[in-house]
Design a protein around this ligand. Structure first.
Ligand SMILES: *Cc1c(COP(=O)(O)O)cnc(C)c1O
Length: 429
């Protein structure tokens, strides 16, 4: 029977590898079911999800209230296009704007589309409001940025692989070191329309900028009449322990990009939000999306925002994040160079001489914990914000056990004799 079950997983992996583009290299696990922080594979083995689909599943898998909102709206009205009004769009955006303190919102589907929307808004604002000469607008971005995979967006990526083979790219972007406000100021010219920045860089490896960075950027942008646009597709909606990561420095951006968790882990839902005079540059026919703002997405998005508040998930992310970071810092294995992050967006930087992040992910997978590396040397821990204390502790136990079995730099086994592992070997089945 064991072989039969194993054959099922092999079968699905083989089918995917035969028919799907190989633009990802998934861990060799075939998932079938999810509930809360838990996932089950086709063999019925249970895993704790410590990645939440790159932070899109902040409410856990198949949250009953979100599933109920999805089902009831799907049976009522799902997609109309914005050729018509619906009874869902206004209520969703009213809630989204009031929670984030932004004047208006433009609904999209994926994060990349909402970033593209932000770039179009910034350029047109630059020409129509700031008075930049037509065709000359510049947008400042940061080294290590991740904003999606469209040709314009990868064109300003500093990651060679994201760009290689996909040019030519759109002009008008200038890249500066992340975390360096003086570099931003030096890059600003009279043609600068906007500065696009992630308050914490997610895909770059959970990079937290120095304290005061975002508020310094805010001050510089204000002084030069440059729009500060925060890409909070990953950091927004409670992930870092505040509603927006820009709240950590009490910064109000001029433009805000949200996505991922906005769809409740059920649908792609994103939005660009901004102050009034920025959104005012859009007139009918300027921009759009067939699915953007559809009633099904709005119902799920609104239910997600409600849940964030009613279940106190922002505060939970802060508390569980502190517990998880403290537990990770306690592991003290020589493979761990740094533990960093905020709330439930945490990265562990590994010494690649000792263990690669991919190897560790595979070790954790066999122990019943799923997560993914970013950039070979960083392993990310970003579970659903609904995670409980005992689930955090369960994950920590697996992680501790995983490191316990990582050889030390001289080949001896980490936890066995050389290193301090605070609570070894109590791993539940
Ligand atoms: C994931 C991500 C995006 C892109 O979102 P998609 O839905 O994958 O297009 C944009 N910005 C940031 C910061 C992200 O993490």
């Amino acid at each position: 029977m064991g072989t039969l079950i194993h054959d099922a997983a092999a079968h699905f992996i083989e089918l995917e590898s035969r028919h799907c583009a190989t633009n990802y290299r998934p861990l060799p696990v075939v998932l079938q079911r999810g509930s809360g922080v838990w996932l089950w594979d086709v063999d019925g083995k249970r895993y704790i999800d410590m990645m939440s689909a790159y932070s899109a599943v902040s409410f856990g898998h198949s949250h009953p209230r979100l599933v109920a909102a999805l089902m009831s709206q799907a049976g009522m009205l799902a997609v109309t296009s914005r050729a018509f009004h619906t009874d869902r769009l206004g209520t969703f955006l009213q809630r989204l704007c009031s929670m984030t303190g932004m004047a208006r919102a433009l609904p999209m589907n994926t994060g990349a589309e909402a970033v593209e929307t932000a770039l179009k808004a910034a350029r047109k604002w630059g020409y129509r409001v700031k008075g930049i000469e037509d065709g000359q607008a510049q947008i400042v971005v940061c080294h290590g940025n991740f904003a999606g995979r469209t040709t314009t967006i990868v064109g300003f990526s500093s990651e060679a692989q994201y760009r290689s083979g996909f040019g030519p790219f759109a002009p008008g972007f200038v890249s500066v070191p992340y975390g360096d406000a003086l570099a931003l100021e030096a890059a600003i010219t009279p043609n600068t329309a906007a500065f696009l920045v992630e308050p914490i860089q997610g895909e770059a490896g959970i990079v937290v900028p120095p304290p005061g960075y975002l508020s310094a950027c805010r001050e510089i942008c204000t002084r030069h009449n440059v729009l500060l646009i925060c890409d909070e597709v990953q950091t927004g909606l409670g992930r870092t322990g505040t509603l927006l990561a820009s709240d950590h420095e009490s910064v109000r951006p001029d433009g805000l990009v949200l996505g991922k968790a906005l769809g409740g882990g059920l649908l792609p839902v994103s939005a660009f939000l901004s102050r009034e005079d920025v959104m005012a540059v859009f007139t009918p026919g300027d921009h759009g999306s067939t699915f953007g703002g559809n009633p099904l997405a709005c119902a799920v998005g609104e239910a997600s925002l409600e849940l964030l508040e009613s279940e106190g998930l922002v505060e939970r992310a802060r508390l569980m994040g502190e517990r998880l970071i403290a537990g990770l810092r306690d592991i003290r294995h020589p493979a761990i160079l740094e533990v960093r992050g905020r709330g439930l967006l945490i990265g562990v930087e590994l010494d690649p001489e000792v263990v690669s992040a991919r190897q560790l992910c595979e070790m954790l997978m066999t122990r019943g914990l799923l997560t993914k590396d970013t950039h070979d040397t960083v392993i990310r821990f970003a579970p659903p914000l609904t995670i409980t204390e005992s689930e955090v502790d369960y994950a920590l136990e697996i992680i501790r056990d995983g490191f316990h079995c990582v050889p030390g730099p001289h080949g001896n086994l980490g936890g066995i004799d050389t290193f301090d592992v605070s609570q070894p070997g109590r791993l539940a089945a």
